[in-house]
Design a protein around this ligand. Structure first.
Ligand code: CA
Length: 365
């Protein structure tokens, strides 16, 4: 106890020596600064590489940057609330923070999906452009304010894989009647294409495949799929991940908890989110290929590309459904869609003559 009191005094002393702008309390000594202790729940299994570690990294950065004034304890899926109840738990203030993906809440907030990934929509780079310099973040904040939440970008996996199948996909006929774990609007598109989608949290995928509850699944990409051992329950690994070309993960904060924070801690949380958002994409970019090589070379996974005509049909369904989820009587939903579509059309045109032209040039024989 004495040691703690001593350490605290030392911290306060160091704080005042460091040129702190905190007003001095009566008597000339600095007032002790309030320590905030928060809990963060996540939709991810504890310690899942990449997205499961990202909230832990965020909590560590926030603790260091705030000199211990904001301590966040991170809980994996199911430790406090089930993975698909993260939104409610943070909204109601059961906990102060959450980490997950906005499309998990599509049943409650259909347009939330625009802030994760749309099938045949934006890549990670394009998504970050919309959020931070294209008006997306302001719209996301406006939407989530209705649910007592403040949203932040929480990382991106880059283009995912189409998923794991036990039979080859040669035409749309092959997915008729197939039960697949595929969340978000991608799942709705899959339904219209003749399949049956299921929204399962990550931690339930392996067992559901093993016991035949589902016939196929998508999860993320080689880095995470290898960690889950999905090659043990399916033979064919299909690409590209049309359903999630650049899913933006979310970090959400309860609005009352957020408003209690002084401005410097708010800036720390915001900047920790930006740092983790960039870092997670870099991690997936660096790790995916080695994991894919292991899946193919060591585990004998059959890598397949979805046929062009299947992709073309799914793309047409995707574009129609992207518009259909927008309630024409919901003014905010319309503004979100208009902003997204205007940005998407513009960035896609520009990326034809930049990203695609360059990648084609690099690949030319
Ligand atoms: Ca996925």
């Amino acid at each position: 106890m004495m040691l703690r009191i001593f350490s605290l005094s030392l911290l306060i002393l160091l704080g005042s020596c460091g040129g702190s702008q905190e007003p001095a309390a009566a008597g000339g000594a600095s007032a002790p600064q309030k320590v905030y202790k928060w809990r963060m729940v996540t939709t991810w299994p504890k310690n899942l590489p990449g997205m499961g570690i990202a909230p832990e990294t965020m909590a560590k950065k926030i603790k260091t940057m705030s000199n211990g004034r904001l301590e966040i304890k991170v809980y994996g899926a199911g430790e406090i609330v089930p993975p698909l109840e993260v939104f409610e738990a943070v909204s109601q203030g059961t906990v102060q923070m959450g980490h997950g993906a906005a499309y998990y809440w599509k049943g409650k907030v259909p347009v939330a999906q625009f802030f994760t990934a749309m099938p045949f929509g934006l890549t990670a780079q394009e998504m970050n452009g919309w959020l931070f310099h294209g008006g997306g973040m302001e719209l996301w904040r406006e939407l989530y304010a209705k649910y007592n939440l403040v949203p932040f970008a929480g990382g991106n996996t880059g283009v995912q894989m189409a998923g794991w199948f036990n039979r080859e996909i040669n035409s749309l006929e092959d997915i008729k009647g197939m039960k697949m774990r595929i969340p978000g609007l991608g799942g709705e598109v899959f339904n219209r294409a003749g399949g049956t989608s299921v929204n399962l949290p990550g931690g339930e995928i392996f067992t559901s495949m093993q016991t035949g509850v589902i016939d196929a699944t998508e999860w993320v990409g080689p880095y995470n799929d290898l960690a889950f051992g999905l090659h043990q329950v399916a033979k064919y690994y299909y690409y590209p991940g049309w359903q999630e070309p650049g899913p933006n993960l979310e970090m959400i904060v309860n609005k009352e908890a957020w408003e209690e924070l002084p401005d410097d801690l708010k800036a720390i949380v915001e900047n920790a989110s930006l740092a983790v958002n960039a870092d997670l994409l870099a991690e997936y970019t660096a790790r995916n290929n080695a994991a894919l090589r292991e899946l193919v070379d060591v585990h004998g996974v059959e890598l397949r590309q979805l046929p062009a005509d299947v992709l073309s049909e799914i793309r047409n369904i995707s574009y129609a459904m992207t518009e259909e989820i927008v309630d024409p009587n919901d003014e905010l939903a319309k503004r979100i869609y208009d902003s997204y579509k205007t940005y998407r059309d513009g960035v896609l045109a520009y990326h034809e003559i930049s990203e695609r032209a360059y990648i084609n040039a690099r690949a030319a024989k």
